[in-house]
Write a protein that binds this ligand. Sequence first.
Ligand code: SAH
Ligand code: SF4
Length: 389
Amino acid sequence: MTSLVNLLDFDPVQLVAYCGSLGEKPFRAKQLQRWIHQFGASQFDQMTDLAKSLRDKLATRAIVAAPAVISDHTSTDGTRKWLLDVGQGNAVEAVFIPEENRGTLCISTQAGCAVNCRFCSTGKQGFNRNLTVGEIIGQLWMAEFELRRTKGIEPGPRGERQITNVVMMGMGEPLLNFEPTVTALKMMLDDNAYGLSRRRVTLSTSGVVPMIDRLSQECPVALAVSLHASNDALRDGLVPLNKKYPLSELMAACVRYLEFAPRDFVTFEYCMLDGVNDSDEHARELVALVRGGKLTVPCKFNLIPFNPFPESGLLRSKNPRIKAFAGILMEAGIVTTIRKTRGDDIDAACGQLAGEVQDRTRVQERMQKQEEYKRKFGDNFGRIVEISS
Ligand code: SAH
Ligand code: SF4
C-alpha cells in the first residue's frame, strides 16, 4: 500500500504540482486549498465543487490531518491551550489569546529546543525534533476551525475570523527549523488560505543571525528578538547561542532586517529575572546598546515577567523593579510594554510550554518541587500577578 500524503504539508505551488500529478488543472489546486484552509474541510466528499472523479482519487491517496489533540483547556481569562500529539511521546502546544479587537494564536515550531536558554522550560527538555509543515500550519488550521465550531461561527470567508494574528513564540526556535517554518508562514499569508498580513504574523527568535537575513529575503514577517541581556557576558550565560552570534552581530542583523520588514521596528523581548538582568544599570546599558554609537536599532521593548519553574533556580523580578526598569527605557524614548501574563492557571504562560506532560512521573516530580518552592517563596511562585503598565 502506498502511504497517504498529508495535504497540510503542501504550500500553494506544491499543491498545484500535486494536482498536476493527478492530471488536474492548477485551478483545482486553488479550489482544494480553499476547502482545506478557508472552510476547514478534511473530508473530500465535503468538497462539492470538485469533480467526483477527483474526490475519489484524493480519498484513496491523501488526507488532511493536523496533530491529534491530547488535551484542550480554557483558562478563566479565555485563553485556550491545546496540547498536541506529534508522535513518539512528543507533544507541543498551541495557545489562543483572545483580546478585544484581535485573537492571537501562539504556535510551536519544534518539539523541544536545542538552544537551551537558562530560563526556559522548553529548552530544559532538550531537542526532540523539528515539526513538519503540516504540524506547524496544522496548529492554525485546527485552532481556527475549532474556535469557530465552539462559537457556532460558519466556516469559509464569510464567517468571522477567530485568529487575526499569529506569533511563533511557542515551543522551539523557528529559525532552526527554517524551511518548514517559512512554508507555513507563506500559507498564513496566502489569499487562498488565511490571508493574514505580514504585520500580523510575528516570528520570535533567540538570534540565529544568518537565518534572520534569509528570512528577510524569503518571507519578511514582523520580527521579535529575544534579547534578555544588555551585554555579551550576561547573555552568554542566559542564551548560549550568543557565544556564536554576539550582540553586535545580532544588532546589525536587526537593522538589516528592517529594510525588508513589514513594521519599522523590531520587538525586543526581555525576560525579567530577579537580581540577574533587571537593575537600573542593565536598563541604561540596553539603551546604549540599541542607541549605540555605531548603529541605532529602531525597536520596542516587551518586558516579560519571568514565569518560574522549579529547576530554573531563577525568580521573577518584583513588580516595582519591572516598572522602574520600564521607566528608564521609556524615559529614553523607547516604547516599552510589560507583558501581562495570560493563561497562567492552565500553565500556558511563556516558557511554561512543556511537552513532557505525558510523562507522569516527571509531572509528579515537578508538582512536588513546585509545592516545595511555594512553601519557600510564597504562594505566587510559579504564577504571574497581572501588572498594569
Ligand atoms: N525560541 C524562540 C521563540 C519561542 S520562546 C525565542 O526564544 O524567541 C518565546 C518567548 O518566551 C521568548 O522571548 C522566550 O525568551 C520567552 N520565555 C521563555 N521561557 C520563559 C519563561 N520561563 N518566562 C518568561 N518568558 C520566557
Ligand atoms: Fe529555545 Fe526560545 Fe526556549 Fe531559548 S527561549 S530554549 S530559543 S524556545
